[in-house]
Design a protein around this ligand. Structure first.
Ligand code: TRP
Length: 448
């Protein structure tokens, strides 16, 4: 398998996204955001978390809501303690290479595979039941949803994708699509890693007020930050329980109030809560205990959340830095994929033109800088300066390092924390190049 970035081979690349079409509720936090932040602190985990805002357009045609949701979900990750120095945290729509890859994948995806997607089939079934045209209200966005998701995952060659059970089929489709692309274009090498789905058995799907899965579509959610502690408390008061009175023993395992409690408690706290319920704890008191337990975790996050929401430019800065990091990988990888499918830049014509006029060629110019050290400038065939190298004490070494790059596979070089591609030999950095300049640098180096 190919390693296309600075990530050590041993590190496991974990990637997951959240569709930005609503306000995050307690279920989103405990079921997805909290475990993801937790896993990103493990050694050897190289985490990619993103806001799936292109996916949001499939479900939601309300621009204000999409815009607000992106901010709310970003602020939730940040208030929840995400370390954005350590992970790559970005917005899907800030990485234009993702829709570009999506198109390449679309062209190798069998329509029959998409016909089998659960979400699409559910719409068709519902239409048929109503006696409507089977494709009534079905957009190409909905139909191709799994291909965009495959692009999200394959763009960064994720090894592991933590998601809910409803996403298992999408991961299977991603593997199918990746395999087909590897087969068609890999030329014996795997361009894409086949990702594994990760279903966290520990992280139970949180039940909502009525005991069904907590979901906006069931209108049974408990708010995370919206409305403050008061709204949390009044939502908890609405949790449906059985009619057993205080003093009567309760069946904790059958109660979704207990399931909610467990999601915010340690094993020993959960055990004593269970004993108390079995010993006849009244539902009113149980709700108060649940409220206190959740508030102890959520309460301290309210202020950082409100602070971020009051300063959207801070969120924006963090997301832009994340996009640079993500593109540091996506741009050179895309360059390689374009090449693989045949979208190559024409090879430069070297030597003399028919008329005897010398064709312009890229140039590498060596010189001594003000400190007396040796550097090179690389110029494109049209004369634009592409880069200034690092300074070397030894001109021979400088020459040797730059000459070594002439035929190199540039997308294989590491990317630094600022998103620059570090070109050079294994011991010496020759120059740092923004990822989107790599194609030009490569074209120029080929002519040297
Ligand atoms: N489809 C996912 C959901 O609705 C969100 C998502 C989009 C995603 N792209 C992804 C999840 C890539 C994991 C990886 O939950």
């Amino acid at each position: 398998m190919q390693n296309t970035s600075a990530t050590p081979q041993s590190a496991r690349r974990v990637l997951t996204g959240i569709t930005t079409s609503g306000t995050p509720h307690l279920g989103n936090y405990a079921g997805a955001i909290r475990p993801a932040i937790q896993s990103s602190t493990e050694p050897d985990v190289d985490a990619f978390f993103f806001l799936a805002d292109f996916h949001a357009l499939i479900k939601c045609a309300d621009p204000a809501r999409v815009a607000r949701s992106r901010m709310e979900i970003a602020a939730t990750w940040l208030a929840g303690g995400l370390d954005t120095e350590r992970v790559t945290f970005y917005r899907q729509s800030d990485v234009p290479e993702i829709p570009e890859l999506c198109w390449m994948l679309t062209c190798v995806t069998a329509k029959g595979l998409m016909n089998r997607a659960h979400a699409y089939k559910a719409s068709v079934d519902a239409n048929q039941l109503k006696g409507e045209d089977p494709d009534d209200g079905v957009t190409m966005g909905l139909f191709s949803y799994p291909v965009l998701m495959a692009a999200d995952i394959l763009m960064f060659n994720a090894h592991r994708v933590p998601v809910g059970r409803d996403q298992i089929q999408h991961l299977e489709m991603t593997r199918d699509i990746a395999q087909r692309f590897n087969h068609l274009y890999g030329g014996g090498q795997d361009l894409f890693v086949l990702p594994e789905v990760q279903i966290d058995e520990e992280v139970a799907t949180l039940p909502g007020l009525d005991g069904r899965k907590m979901s906006k579509s069931y209108n049974n959610t408990i708010p995370l930050f919206e409305g403050g502690a008061k709204a949390l408390k009044s939502a908890i008061a609405q949790i449906v329980t059985d009619s057993r009175l205080p003093g009567e023993p309760k069946d904790a395992d059958a109660s979704h109030l207990f399931t909610l409690y467990r999601a915010f408690a340690s094993a020993s706290q959960a055990a004593s809560f269970k004993t108390a319920l079995e010993g006849g704890l009244g539902w009113g008191e149980a709700k108060q205990a649940l409220y206190e337990q959740i508030e102890a975790q959520i309460g301290p996050m309210r202020e950082p959340y409100a602070e971020l929401m009051a300063h959207p430019e801070r969120i924006e800065d963090i997301l832009q830095a994340g996009a640079r990091k993500a593109r540091g990988i996506a741009v050179p990888f895309m360059d390689r994929l374009r090449e693989a499918v045949g979208l190559r830049q024409a090879a430069p014509v070297a030597g003399k033109k028919a008329g005897g006029v010398k064709a312009a060629k890229a140039r590498l110019v060596s010189f001594r800088d003000e400190d007396g050290r040796f550097r090179q400038r690389l110029f494109a065939a049209d004369g634009t300066e592409l880069l200034l190298s690092e300074a070397f004490d030894d001109p021979k070494l400088l020459n040797q390092v730059s000459r070594g790059l002439a035929g190199a596979d540039l997308p294989m070089f590491p990317v630094d924390a600022q998103g620059y591609v570090v070109l050079g030999s294994s011991e010496h950095c020759w120059a740092r190049v923004p990822a989107d300049q790599l194609a030009n640098v490569r074209a120029a180096l080929r002519q040297i």
